[in-house]
Write a protein that binds this ligand. Structure first.
Ligand code: NAP
Length: 252
């Protein structure tokens, strides 16, 4: 049936963290094209402003709010803006994340702290901001980004994998707790996707090895956009609880 999936995305208010690049930006474009109103959060304000303009210029609906997910007040303001501008929040995509991989013996303790702050606490702040509104509305959908590295640990991914495994545990516990409130919870665990994620690995040898691999096998960020649209577009009585995808060529 043409447009069946559009029906359950059209008109939805979707808040996306980490919307300034990669999968968050691709999801914003895709969902806005399907009729969602998107509320974009990230630290690089000029990027999300430009993306909002790109979406609104041909008639789409988008707003941007400079947001650092490690600051609870910023995340509250992001969700508040969605509610004040559009009247509600239907979907929160907790997508912001960082992956400065390195072996533990290099003691990149500041990067361990940052991964915990962004990947774990940022997700928790998103949940804290959205959940009271969704419970009040008696509907909502929280989508959290884990990773194949949240299912497996590799040399160099130890702390990143710990944060992404934590996201899965938080998501499944949340799912059980909010089921009576008609709030859906989805974990999305991507494999190698071509984005800016690897650019921020500070250890040159680790960065180059990963860029080489993802450059060879990685799929485009639009892959994620299609899958997140699928999870949202299912009817309200169906929760797509977990999506794990890899490039076909990815072995591990
Ligand atoms: N690419 C992959 O292969 C892959 C695989 C599995 C999982 N993932 C996960 O997918 C998610 C999206 O990553 P991506 O691959 O699309 O990478 P990306 O292009 O680097 O995008 C990451 C986004 O997170 C935002 N971000 C980082 N720190 C932030 C902070 N403190 N506050 C707010 N936003 C912040 C960045 O925006 P600003 O810098 O403007 O703040 C950016 O928009 C992440 O959670 C990542 O762990 C990626």
């Amino acid at each position: 049936m043409p447009g069946a999936d559009m029906e359950n995305i059209q008109g939805k208010i979707v808040v996306i963290t980490g919307a300034s690049s990669g999968m968050g930006a691709a999801a914003a474009r895709h969902l806005a094209a399907k009729g969602a109103s998107v509320v974009l959060g990230a630290r690089r304000a000029e990027r999300i402003e430009a993306l909002a303009a790109e979406i609104t210029e041909p008639g789409g609906k988008a707003t941007s709010v400079a947001t650092d997910v490690t600051k609870r007040d910023d995340v509250e303001k992001l969700v508040d803006t969605a509610v004040q501008t559009y009247g509600r929040i239907d979907v929160l995509i907790n997508n912001a994340g960082i992956m400065p991989l390195s072996p533990m013996d290099r003691l990149k303790v500041d990067e361990w702290d940052r991964m915990i702050d962004v990947n774990l606490k940022g997700v928790l702040y998103g949940i804290a901001a959205a959940l009271p509104r969704m419970i009040e509305q008696k509907s909502g959908h929280i989508i959290n980004l884990s990773s194949v590295a949240g299912h497996k640990v590799f040399g160099g991914s130890t702390v990143y994998s710990a944060t992404k495994t934590g996201v899965r545990i938080i998501s499944e516990g949340l799912r059980q707790e909010v089921a009576p409130h008609n709030v859906r919870v989805t974990i999305i665990s991507p494999g190698a996707v071509k984005t800016e994620l690897l650019d921020h690995i500070s250890e040159a040898d680790v960065r180059e090895a990963n860029q080489d691999y993802v450059g060879q096998v990685g799929v485009p960020a639009e892959t994620f956009a299609r899958l997140v649209a699928f999870a949202i577009s299912e009817p309200e009585d169906v929760g797509i609880n977990e999506i794990l995808f890899r490039p076909t060529a990815q072995e591990l």
